[in-house]
Design a protein around this ligand. Structure first.
Ligand code: PLP
Length: 397
């Protein structure tokens, strides 16, 4: 391939896809891949979902963009629907996950400022977390590989081990604004934060007057079998960021907040040129139509269970390749005994697309519309990919 003019920030595969349909992607020469990556948990309803295509086409013929200087009915409708379904009373729309997380941190700081405690600006975050690639979100994640070469990290983050409530308690001080966590650490290796730990965090935040911020950029919008993963723990946050599945492939993010916290924002205190534009909102509302339809989340939970059970069987059969199966719903990970890249390549050779994660994990993020047959097909491919690795016959895609 000739030299690319793209900034070399990705180690891309050579695959070029021309179109997608449901859980499948097709190359120009017609090769068919089963897509268990979903563009890193984004195409939640698969490719070219008719309801989303219709919504985008109809909106594209009416109005693309007006800016947030005017009322946008699709935005008001999507915000009201998200509030109806969650703990939140307010929503701010952004274009990406990192932007939604930044919004969440700004709202939290602003809340304390309005409470007369402007010194509360610090956040407790967790080792192995991932919150995005802006300067503040790489500091929040605290991973050396993301911080290297980008100057002094943005100040104000205290990193502790996930699961250690004593460590969180010890680090919360008079300058703490909030505790921020992903209910399931996606990039960090599909590591589940235990639900009792989330409940302990909620209680500790209530006790100390700091806010609980959840990053549901990856785990939200039905991915775990509930609209948001924290529902499994039976708690609610004060502020939450979500994105990825929200736009089903159209860039969209959102920061949700309670009445108490969100009321701290005033006109001019935050903004975005593109956030919540009519195209994104038309698709976001269409995604929600499908995800909230009766039985849809039950389907996600059932497919998640089926896949996890099948993966557990594959782990037993291939215990030299797979060490552990992790995750919830359709947000699953295979911790590998071989390098995760080797398994990922072997899966790609079987025409199954997956995503790598930290802690030597391969992520399986099928579209939420995935069928039993597609799960069975994926498992046959995983079996074949493991055999190829075991027999030294693994080829690369
Ligand atoms: N937070 C979490 C939990 C994520 O998984 C991601 C992306 O993978 C982000 C934030 C950043 O989202 P984006 O890449 O849309 O900025």
């Amino acid at each position: 391939m000739s030299k690319s003019a793209l900034l070399p920030t990705y180690a891309r595969s050579e695959l070029v896809f021309e179109r997608g349909q449901g859980a499948y992607l097709f190359t120009a020469s017609g090769e068919r891949y089963l897509d268990f990556a979903s563009g890193v948990a984004v195409t939640a309803l698969g490719h070219a979902h008719p309801h989303l295509v219709k919504a985008l086409n109809e909106q594209s013929e009416k109005l693309w963009h007006v800016s947030n200087l005017h009322r946008i009915p699709g935005q008001e409708r999507l915000a009201a629907r998200l509030c109806q379904e969650t703990f939140a009373d307010y929503v701010f729309f952004a274009n990406s996950g990192a932007e939604a997380v930044e919004g969440a941190m700004k709202v939290a700081r602003r809340y304390h400022f309005k409470q007369g405690e402007p010194e509360r600006y610090r956040f407790v975050t967790f080792e192995g977390a991932f919150h995005g690639r802006t300067l503040a979100t790489i500091a929040a994640g605290g991973q050396p590989k993301h911080l290297e070469g980008f100057g002094p990290p943005v100040e104000g983050f205290d990193h502790v081990a996930a699961g250690d409530i004593g460590a969180v308690d010890a680090v919360i001080g008079e300058e703490t604004a909030g505790v921020m966590i992903e209910p399931i650490m996606g990039e960090g290796g599909m590591r589940e934060v235990s639900w009792p730990f989330l409940r302990d965090l909620r209680a500790l935040c209530d006790e100390t007057g700091v806010l609980l911020l959840l990053d549901e950029v990856q785990s939200g919008m039905g991915r775990t079998g509930r609209l948001f993963a924290h529902e499994w723990a039976g708690i609610t946050p004060d502020v939450m960021a979500t994105a990825k599945g929200l736009g089903g492939g159209f860039p969209a993010g959102a920061c949700l907040a309670t009445e108490k916290v969100g009321a701290a924002m005033t006109p001019g205190s935050h903004g975005s040129t593109f956030g919540g534009n009519p195209l994104a909102m038309a698709v976001g509302n269409a995604v929600l139509d499908v995800v909230l339809a009766p039985g849809f989340l039950d389907h996600v939970a059932a497919m998640g269970l089926r896949l996890k059970q099948r993966l557990a069987g594959l782990k037993d059969e291939h215990d030299g390749v797979i060490e552990e199966v992790r995750g919830q719903g359709l947000m699953l990970g295979l911790k590998c005994k071989v390098p995760n890249q080797a398994l990922l390549q072997s899966l790609a050779a079987q025409r199954l697309l997956t995503v790598q994660a930290g802690d030597n994990v391969v992520r399986l993020l099928p579209p939420l519309i995935v069928s039993e047959t597609e799960i069975d097909e994926a498992c046959a491919k995983i079996d074949a990919a493991c055999v190829a690795l075991e027999t030294g016959a693994a080829a690369t895609a």
